[in-house]
Design a protein around this ligand. Structure first.
Ligand SMILES: [Zn+2]
Length: 175
């Protein structure tokens, strides 16, 4: 019982809200998304990075991340690297698109407590942005570290010119 309880405590218990100085839009990460990504945290010495794609909706007031996909069979995974199997990722994007959900960006784990974006991460996101025909002006990049709760979560909005890190908090009012 104690084990189960302590595991649950490591997941942010509520919807996570993000804010950026430069924008009035609010970022909302639904709890099923948080549960999924936190399940893949690299808590043991031999665990590899995991990752995948984020999906949801965008309107004038908010960006809502409501679904997550990955990791997939055939991904490139090591302790310090993750790259989605491109075919599997595209299938996930197409399937969500048919249900009206937008591709919003990428997530992956890091073997560090408090996640920071590496130069490799920035390069990978820039390549994605320049190679895809996105209507929005950027993509989300979520990195999941080992620390519990919000301390282990970092999210950036990446555009071709800059990266902004969202300031995260928890909201108890739900969706
Ligand atoms: Zn990384």
């Amino acid at each position: 019982m104690a084990m189960i309880f302590s595991f649950r405590k490591t997941v942010p218990p509520q919807l996570v809200i993000g804010r950026l100085d430069q924008t009035l839009q609010e970022l909302r990460i639904a709890q099923p998304v948080l549960r999924h990504v936190f399940r893949h945290r690299q808590l043991i010495p031999w665990s590899s990075e995991a990752g995948g794609q984020l999906f949801g909706t965008i309107d004038a007031e908010k960006i809502c991340v409501v679904e997550v996909a990955g990791p997939y069979t055939g991904d490139e995974r090591s302790r310090y690297r993750y790259r989605s199997n491109p075919d599997a990722a595209q299938r996930a994007i197409d399937e969500r698109s048919r249900r009206g959900l937008l591709y919003l960006g990428e997530w992956h784990t890091h073997a560090e407590d408090h996640p920071n974006a590496s130069g490799l991460d920035d390069d990978a996101m820039l390549r994605l942005i320049t190679s895809s025909n996105l209507n929005s002006n950027g993509l989300l990049m979520m990195i999941v570290g080992r620390a519990s709760g919000l301390a282990g979560l970092a999210i950036w909005s990446i555009s071709s010119t800059r990266a902004h890190r969202w300031e995260l908090s928890q909201n108890k009012s739900g969706y």
